[in-house]
Ligand binder design. Structure first.
Ligand SMILES: CC(C)(COP(=O)(O)OP(=O)(O)OC[C@H]1O[C@@H](n2cnc3c(N)ncnc32)[C@H](O)[C@@H]1O)[C@@H](O)C(=O)NCCC(=O)NCCS
Ligand SMILES: Nc1ncnc2c1ncn2[C@@H]1O[C@H](COP(=O)(O)OP(=O)(O)OP(=O)(O)O)[C@@H](O)[C@H]1O
Length: 205
């Protein structure tokens, strides 16, 4: 059976950046963020439940979910976040497991599950190994504000809704420190994948 790697980090520490590098090594990635967008498309069961609970003020004019409005509500309020998670997460988990098993049944040597809330949602049993993408907390705040154009307050609400990146690094089987250059992160990633026996080395014969 192939090796299942749970990839995580905290918001804006570089999980998607590392996930792209993993794909460049021809290792398939199951992306929880993508699935979480698909399950809330107009008319799907999770979408209908969200409208029921949060009302039409979290919708755009075309009926799609207004992610900014919903984010402004749930990142400030733990109870509301719990309600949203309760609607979205079961659907995401089902689809993630389906995709993971499909790759394994097709004989892949490794599959990566890219899950932002791997530790918060206690999903480590879905994977054989955990890999955390780390940056120091000042860099995390700066990259988040730069990427999303958010205020320091908004960024801190999001950061504080997750387990700290230091704690996740302590819980991980391996850590990539992404505070430096992309090249440095890529080298660290290669070392970890090689150690775990899943790096597809170029065939030089
Ligand atoms: C609140 C929503 C609409 C905000 O959407 P937005 O486009 O602004 O953010 P996006 O989905 O791209 O998430 C960005 C990052 O925020 C963090 N985040 C998202 N949801 C949560 C949450 N429920 N708790 C803690 N952190 C979260 C993650 O690090 C994620 O990578 C959206 O995040 C959502 O529906 N969240 C609930 C589902 C979820 O937990 N998704 C993430 C993992 S599956
Ligand atoms: N080594 C690096 N040097 C400079 N900038 C970086 C580096 N790695 C990532 N970034 C930038 O930092 C920001 C956050 O990275 P990324 O989007 O990959 O984080 P993420 O952990 O996937 O975030 P989220 O949890 O929100 O999905 C992006 O704007 C990205 O371009």
């Amino acid at each position: 059976m192939g090796l299942v790697i749970g990839l995580t980090g905290s918001i804006a520490t570089g999980k998607s950046t590392v996930s792209k590098m993993i794909k460049s090594f021809q290792i398939p990635v199951v992306d929880a963020d993508i699935i979480s967008r698909e399950v809330v498309e107009i008319g799907k069961p999770a979408y209908l439940q969200i409208v029921d609970i949060f009302g039409e003020e979290v919708l755009n004019e075309d009926g799609t979910l207004n992610r900014k409005s919903l984010g402004n509500i749930v990142f400030k309020d733990e109870d509301k976040r719990g309600q949203l998670n309760g609607i979205v997460h079961p659907e995401v988990r089902k689809e993630m497991v389906r995709q993971r098993d499909e790759y394994l049944n097709n004989g892949e040597r490794a599959v990566v599950l890219d899950i932002p809330l791997l530790f918060e949602s206690k999903l480590t049993s879905y994977a054989d190994r955990t890999l955390v993408v780390y940056v120091d907390e000042d860099t995390q705040l700066k990259r988040l504000m730069d990427r999303d154009g958010s205020s320091e307050d908004e960024a801190n609400y999001r950061i504080n809704s997750q387990i700290s990146i230091k704690e996740k690094a302590r819980l991980a089987d391996a850590v990539i420190d992404n505070s430096g250059t992309l090249e440095s992160s890529r080298t660290q990633l290669q070392e970890v994948l090689r150690e775990w026996g899943v790096l597809n080395e170029p065939d030089l014969t």
